[in-house]
Design a protein around this ligand. Structure first.
Ligand SMILES: Nc1ccn([C@H]2C[C@H](O)[C@@H](COP(=O)(O)OP(=O)(O)OP(=O)(O)O)O2)c(=O)n1
Length: 182
């Protein structure tokens, strides 16, 4: 039986970056504070997110289904087929990686592809939409089966990314954070 929302525990944020979770004096670490501020970040992103791009660059998603909606729909799909018995974390991981391979196949041998995929046919776009959806569906179910609250984990990880890559420091550079000297 697939888990309902009650069975999915929230992410223990201290497991996201265990080595950084607390300073030795017991005060919360920067990363823990960053994770806790994630909720505020989402509102700021909603207000500022599209301002930095020109109108021709903007593309946005519809609001639904949410990640939780996707988790629930996939749980119903597997329950109806008695497939939960096959959907352990490792199998889901392998299935997801297989679907990532199918996405890669669509880009294979095309050379660089620019944003918006100019030149792709409707059928190629539809195929890509299907394969990307397969990846997302398996990713969401994998997170569920690992008891990772994916939306909260994403908020937390983005907050950590902002700490690791301050815009003022890395603007316009694609260097890995380990390449910065200070
Ligand atoms: N045991 C399974 C089999 C399928 N699916 C669901 C999740 C994916 O969204 C989709 C994957 O189906 P396929 O394995 O048939 O893969 P494709 O749809 O990519 O078909 P193909 O490999 O022919 O492109 O169906 C699932 O949850 N569990």
């Amino acid at each position: 039986m697939a888990m309902n929302g009650d069975g999915v525990h929230g992410l223990d944020r201290e497991t996201v970056a265990p080595s950084e979770a607390k300073h030795t004096n017991g005060t919360p670490s920067k990363s823990k504070i960053a994770c806790e501020n994630g909720e505020a970040d989402i509102h700021a992103a909603k207000q500022n997110g599209t301002k930095r791009r020109t109108p021709t660059d903007t593309f946005s998603f519809t609001a639904e289904p949410t990640i939780e909606d996707i988790r629930r729909m996939q749980a119903e799909f597997t329950d109806e087929r008695d497939w939960n018995q096959f959907h352990q974390p490792r199998n889901l991981l392998l299935a997801m990686v297989g679907e990532v391979g199918e996405v890669s196949e669509l880009f294979q041998w095309r050379g660089e592809v620019t944003e918006g995929l100019p030149g792709w046919t409707d059928s190629e776009r539809e195929h890509l939409a299907h394969e990307l959806s397969d990846v997302l569906i398996y990713l969401v179910e994998l997170a569920e089966k690992c008891h990772i609250d994916l939306p909260q984990a994403v908020l937390c990880k983005m907050a950590l990314n902002r700490l690791k890559y301050p815009a003022s420091k890395v603007h316009g550079s694609s260097k890995k954070y380990t390449e910065y000297k200070d």
